[in-house]
Write a new protein. Structure first.
Length: 114
């Protein structure tokens, strides 16, 4: 998105694969919309590749806890989504072009700048 070839490649790979799933927490999507108007609409047409993850109480707890430490809401929502849980026992990777905010938060990060 936004012309980044790595991001576009990952989205295309997810659309063509049964094994690659890309989840976008709603809060992350709204944070992205603040930075780049139109992202919400763009994600809406990529339903084959991107799956929007609704926020819930557990995510609100994570966002509140990390927010108290100065972590941005979107970063906190992504951390919550990637943290191991019953559905995803090993957790997930956060694919991002801005990996720095995730340092020390205990989640795997896929740096899309490489």
């Amino acid at each position: 998105m936004g012309g980044n070839k790595q991001v576009s490649g990952l989205i295309h790979a997810a659309a063509a694969s049964d094994d690659v799933r890309l989840w976008v927490p709603v809060l992350c999507l709204l944070e992205a919309e603040r930075e780049r108007t139109g992202i919400v609409d763009h994600v809406g047409v990529l339903v084959d590749a991107l799956h929007v993850l609704d926020d819930d109480y557990a995510m609100a707890v994570t966002v509140a806890e990390l927010g108290g430490r100065g972590v941005a809401f979107g970063v906190s929502a992504a951390v919550h989504a990637a943290t191991p849980n019953q559905m995803l026992p090993v957790g997930g990777l956060i694919a991002t072009v801005a990996p720095e905010p995730y340092e020390g938060l205990g989640v795997g990060v896929m740096d899309l700048n490489r």
